[in-house]
Design a protein around this ligand. Structure first.
Ligand SMILES: [Zn+2]
Ligand SMILES: [Zn+2]
Length: 180
C-alpha cells in the first residue's frame, strides 16, 4: 500500500490542512497520511524575506517516507524561485514531492475582507495543481482546469478546483503508479 502524504509545517492553519487532506484523498482515490514537518527557516532568504521552494523540495525528497506515493507539503511561508517574484507552489514534475504556500491565498493578503470559502477553494486548486505535476501533468491550455498556469490570484480564481477531461484522463492512465 502506498500513501498520499500531506505534510505541514508547524504554523499552518489546521482547518485548512484538514480540508486539503480530505480533498486529496477524494480526488486521487488514495489513502492519505499526515506528516508533521519542521519549520523551513533554513530556506529563508533574508533579503527577500521569502522562502526558497527549491531547497524545500530538496528537503522533502530527503524526508519523503518510503511508502509515499506522493508527498505534498503545506506551508504558510511565502515561497519563491530565483527567477520569479513568488510562487504559489512548486513540484517535481513526475517526481514524488510538492509544496504549496497558503501565504497569498487569503483575501486579506489583497486587502479584502476574509472569506474562508474562497481561501479553501484556492488551497484545493493549488494542491491539485502541484500534485498533478508530480503525476507528470504539465500546464493545461484550458484556463478553467486546475492544471492551467496561475501566476496571479485572478488566474487562480478563474480555474475550477478540478481537472479538465483531458488531464483527468491522463491521470487515469497511470493506474500502476497508484496501485504499487
Ligand atoms: Zn504549475
Ligand atoms: Zn487540463
Amino acid at each position: 500500500m502506498r500513501y498520499l502524504y500531506v505534510g505541514a509545517t508547524p504554523e499552518v492553519d489546521r482547518e485548512a490542512l484538514m480540508a486539503v487532506r480530505e480533498r486529496m484523498a477524494a480526488e486521487f482515490n488514495a489513502p492519505v497520511r499526515e506528516l508533521e514537518l519542521a519549520a523551513i527557516e533554513f530556506a529563508l532568504d533574508r533579503g527577500r524575506r521569502q522562502y526558497g521552494s527549491i531547497p524545500v523540495l530538496e528537503l522533502l525528497s530527503r524526508v519523503c517516507p518510503a511508502d509515499a506515493l506522493k508527498l505534498l507539503a503545506v506551508t504558510e511561508r511565502d515561497l519563491f524561485i530565483p527567477v520569479l517574484t513568488f510562487v504559489y507552489g512548486h513540484a517535481q514534475l513526475g517526481g514524488r514531492v510538492a509544496v504549496i504556500s497558503l501565504a497569498r491565498l487569503r483575501q486579506e493578503f489583497y486587502g479584502l475582507a476574509p472569506n474562508r470559502e474562497i481561501f479553501l477553494e484556492r488551497a484545493h486548486k493549488e494542491a491539485l495543481h502541484e500534485v498533478g505535476h508530480t503525476f507528470g501533468l504539465v500546464h493545461c491550455v484550458d484556463r478553467n482546469c486546475a492544471m492551467a498556469l496561475g501566476t496571479n490570484i485572478r488566474q487562480i480564481d478563474g480555474k475550477r478546483a478540478a481537472f479538465c477531461v483531458s488531464c483527468a484522463a491522463q491521470l487515469r492512465r497511470r493506474p500502476r503508479e497508484l496501485e504499487k
